[in-house]
Design a protein around this ligand. Structure first.
Ligand code: HEM
Length: 411
């Protein structure tokens, strides 16, 4: 008989604490070694840790992403009573039930084809060059705010085809989608966060209408023309998909940029190898995601029926958080897991998920990061860390760096 008190981790696990944000590794290592499954009362949730355990949960159909199955979910509103933000979330790929998710994902996939990704890369390369032109040739700059915070939303904007002068409207939509999703916000904070959503939706609807009249071969046109057995995406569904892409693809990529640069500049021998052999860039990206998982929470799942996980009875409606940061530091999956090594094999990686919800933006984020990295080191070949660094200790879900100052060492 399992004693729940012995599984409780509230006494040492606090992902919002300064200690955890500064150095999460000791806590993550303790979780993965001693608690394959744990109880975390602060979230009223079960936590699952370790590479194999999390992979098994991702593939277990009884664990759903459908937020409405959660025992503490607020009652679902009728469509007519929902505000614009709620309608977006209602169609969000992350939270749909299985059949709706399958349908939407099938219709969306052609818009992420290699051909469209190649188009995006061309548009995006231009934007990256412009960004670096704006930065110029300073002695030092803050990589976190000057590059990492800007590039990911611009990559998604260039994918969607947002005109350059409308970027601020798209940025506000991105802010609303990423921040408004946090259930812990007060009503006032939520209202402030989602202020820019209606204008962002107007912009998307205008673009969709324009593309309906003059279709081409780009992302939006592909979404508009996508069809499965006579079924098509509605405007709301397209907007919600773009919202999901913003929600999933901005925060995660911002952190990847900062952590990648910090890891490479902290390991000059490996950086030198990578500069000589650019085919190592993709492995360095995988290694950064393994070694420096920036999320403070995990992937949420809700039990669609009573089930047993690692000897614990999980009841229908309970939340199970898959603590993905433990997957990369699991000694059963990686030798010397605490060492950054860009030559490591990543066959067991679940940084982009596994199973039906596997990341739809993996090619986009890999491509945008590679473009940024090459441009960065072509402009600043002798870049180094200045040592000035800080985190946003209040960030809602990530160990977000606010300062990562770099020295350009230009003559
Ligand atoms: C470093 C960056 C990224 C990481 C680490 C990452 C990771 C993930 C993970 C772990 C999942 C699975 C979630 C789950 O099972 O609950 C996922 C899903 C998803 N990702 Fe990413 N992602 C990244 C960037 C992106 C980008 C750039 C985009 C869009 C262009 C994107 C779009 C999505 C979408 C739409 C889903 C939901 C797929 C579905 O539910 O079918 N992601 N991502």
């Amino acid at each position: 008989m399992i004693n729940i008190d012995e599984l409780t981790v509230d006494h040492f696990f606090d992902p919002s604490s300064k200690n955890f944000i500064d150095d999460p590794k000791p806590t993550i290592e303790k979780l993965v070694k001693e608690f394959p499954i744990a109880r975390f009362n602060a979230w009223s949730a079960w936590l699952v840790t370790g590479n194999k355990n999390i992979t098994n949960c991702l593939l277990d159909r009884r664990l759903s992403t459908d937020f409405n199955l959660w025992e503490h979910a607020p009652p679902k509103k009728e469509l007519a009573d929902m505000d614009a933000f709620e309608k977006l979330m209602n169609n969000n790929l992350f939270f749909l039930n299985r059949s709706n998710h399958l349908r939407l994902r099938k219709l969306a996939l052609p818009a992420f084809s290699p051909r469209i990704m190649e188009q995006m890369k061309v548009r995006f390369t231009k934007l990256v060059k412009e960004r670096f032109d704006e930065i110029g040739k300073p002695k030092k700059f803050n990589f976190a705010t000057e590059i990492a915070e800007i590039i990911p939303t611009q990559a998604i904007a260039s994918l969607v085809g947002i005109p350059r002068d409308k970027f601020p409207i798209f940025d506000s939509l991105a802010y609303g989608v990423v921040r408004g999703i946090n259930p812990m916000l007060t009503p006032q904070e939520r209202a402030e966060a989602i202020e820019g959503v209606p204008a962002g939706l107007d912009l998307l609807n205008e673009l969709i209408d324009e593309k309906r009249k003059n279709p081409s071969d780009d992302f939006l046109s592909t979404l508009i023309t996508a069809e499965e057995d006579g079924d098509k995406l509605s405007n709301w569904e397209m907007c919600a998909l773009i919202g999901a892409v913003l929600g999933a693809g901005s925060d995660t990529a911002v952190d990847l940029h900062s952590y990648l640069i910090r890891a490479l500049l902290s390991h000059p021998d490996q950086l030198a190898e990578l500069k000589n052999d650019e085919s190592l860039i993709q492995n360095a990206i995988s290694e950064t995601l393994r070694y420096e998982s920036s999320g403070k929470t995990g992937l949420a799942r809700y039990a669609s029926e009573d089930l047993e996980i690692l000897g614990v009875n999980v009841k229908k409606g309970e939340m199970v958080q898959l603590i993905t940061s433990t997957a990369g530091l699991d000694p059963n999956a990686y030798e010397n897991a605490n060492t950054f090594n860009i030559h490591r094999s990543h066959d067991k990686s679940i940084s982009f998920g596994q199973g039906p919800h596997y990341c739809i933006g993996v090619t986009l984020v890999r491509s945008q990061t590679e473009v940024m990295l090459k441009e960065l080191f072509s402009r600043f070949p002798d870049l180094s860390l200045s040592g000035k660094m800080d985190y946003d200790y209040k960030h809602h879900n990530a160990r977000r760096m606010t300062i990562l100052e770099v020295e350009t060492n230009l003559n």
